[in-house]
Design a protein around this ligand. Sequence first.
Ligand code: G4P
Length: 536
Amino acid sequence: MPSVQDQIRSRRTFAIISHPDAGKTTLTEKLLLYTGSIQTAGSVKGKASSRHAVSDWMDIEKERGISVTSSVLQFTYDGYCVNILDTPGHQDFSEDTYRTLMAADAAVMVIDGAKGVEAQTKKLFKVCTLRHIPIFTFVNKLDHDARDPFDLVEEIETVLGIDTYPMNWPIGSGRNFKGVFDRASRRVLAFEGDGRANATKRVAEVEAELGDPALDELIGAENHQALADDIELLDGASEEFDLEAVQTGRLTPVFFGSALTNFGVEPFLKDFLRLAPSPLPYTDSLTGEKVDPASEDFSGFVFKIQANMDKNHRDRIAFLRICSGRFERGMDARHVQSGRKLKLATGTAMMADDRATVDEAFAGDVVGLFDPGIFSIGDTVCAGRREVRYPSIPTFAPEHFARVTQVDTLKRKQFVKGVEELAQEGAIQIFREVGGGMESVIVGVVGVLQLDVLERRLKSEYHVTVRRQPLPYTEIRWIQNGPDEVDVAQLNLSRDTCKVEDMRGGKLLLFTNEWNVNWALERNPGLRLSEFGNIA
Ligand code: G4P
């Protein structure tokens, strides 16, 4: 039996980030396929097929071909236990991705070789740099015409502000894609593509050394010469490989390949597993000290809550990233925020093919705990002698608002339950108009698409039909003054400013523009406003 330390050392927990369509889902699928975790391509996300999707739970995801919820896929390979935290690619769900990145020890950034660094890549990259986690780059779609690799690498450096180290180098692209040169082994892996774009089998990789006349035959004399020139330039110009710089997020190893044709996926995975860190220590905010992942005491934090994943069992699952020690089903633990003792009665893991109950898990893993309604995002759960508390996860300020009103007044209870439960997941924030009734709420979201999801889920999971009216607010401010300091009803505000309350009774104001915020501050001396409140 491997020791707890060995178990933790073998873990690699990472998220894949990309701009939509760069190939995140395809790469995930090929990793699962390659490691034998799934048997058929298309089962991760079948946009075009009717196969049930592994990482897509919701109808809306299938319809729009986007991944809304973050799921966790675990597999073992070559002595490693790998956790892939799936993240939604669509920008309207970037808050979910942001929280997921809080639970990852490394990120893989997929870039479309024809498009380079795109808007969403930049945004997600920024989040990764906040935590200084290592970032590995996979430049995808080399089987299609791609941009010059020197250009791509330079763009990553200048736009994202991170040093690069190309681990391999492409030979041509598109119809002329001949393979990659591996810089460590100094060998060429030839691409045996034959136009079967949807090849799902493992592509055989032929090896040959640079300068070998046989290479002329394999990739063509012209390509051979061009490659030799590129490599000379690269070896002369680029920095030495620096593992410390990789592990602190200052240098990204860059791999070129083609996920769809399965080319370069295996060498990428091997290098990634070798270079990516085992579970990183998280900081205890009570003491400011780092908690050793291999310490005996179990601890973790909730980074995601998802209600009704299984419609037949109206469950709520809190996804917990284990930060230290060992989890055992049925163990006694403490919910730090409420001080309550609880039995971690049921844990589930998202296995590649199904949800399975986990009996045991270790630092680096994610377990889905059945939530009796006590968890909020960012909460800490721990066991053992020492109490730890992980830092809370900040929320994005909502940028879009709508009044959501129930259509059938007889369903008030379901409506309230529905919006409150969905708000606890953290994807939406709900507010009540001061003096307003129970039949409507104001909903704030970071991305508009989240309003569609809300409407759809209220209907399918709570059987409540709602009407939605967009509201013109763009700025949200919590009132910092206590009730004895400021009487909200008496505030002197512009006519289009709205007074609301959050779920915890906090008072806040919604403004249509920044100018009105200043207007309120000027007209109400002593009023203190903040852009941040607490998450639901
Ligand atoms: P995402 O999760 O990052 O949004 O991207 P996804 O993997 O869904 O890939 C987006 C599109 O790019 C898909 O095509 C996919 O087949 C294609 N693709 C991914 N990797 C490669 C690659 O290495 N080479 C080429 N040529 N194409 C690639 P689609 O037509 O939009 O969807 P589908 O009908 O093929 O699923």
